[in-house]
Design a protein around this ligand. Sequence first.
Ligand code: 5GP
Length: 188
Amino acid sequence: MSFLGNLTVITGPSGVGKGTIVRKILDKHSDVWLSISATTRKPRSGEIDGEHYMFIEKKEFQEIIDREGFLEWASFSSNFYGTPKQIVQEKIEKGTNVLLEIELEGARQIRKSFPEALQIFLAPPDLSELEKRIRGRGTESEESIRDRLEIARKELMSKKEFDAVVINEDICKAFQEIESLMGLKLTN
Ligand code: 5GP
């Protein structure tokens, strides 16, 4: 496929603040488009179908896999997550700045299919800070928190695979670093 638009992948452990930074990018840069993933996870309180995710059943997720409708997909903490292929390809072909906020296995798949994509790893200052943030969010069960921290340890070991590592100690600084990496006009 020809590659016209910019594709940026943001990966990083659960709780690191990817969501907050991505929202800030979308608020400040109307030319950036975020792909809405499909997931088999149940919606958290306040999450809206079609806005935060497309919340679907496992059977439907499997059907999309079977017809090769995902650009990438992965299993994360007992749920499935995938990036819809067609709309992302259309956006890229039109020259749009496309942003994917996905976990490690998905980022690795994108690296194979889109080696030109910019891959950013957002890291916490340390694991205890990450645990504090996940607990502070109050959205996960104890089992899910442990699971997410275990995955985070593994994900952190993969940092060097990425084009850039941004440490989210100060959200404004991390945001500005990402703006600059993406070649966006700097805001404050
Ligand atoms: P959460 O359940 O906290 O919303 O998301 C769990 C993890 O799945 C996060 O690391 C998030 O970035 C990742 N994720 C969300 N959508 C996708 C997707 O389409 N593909 C992949 N591979 N990971 C995703």
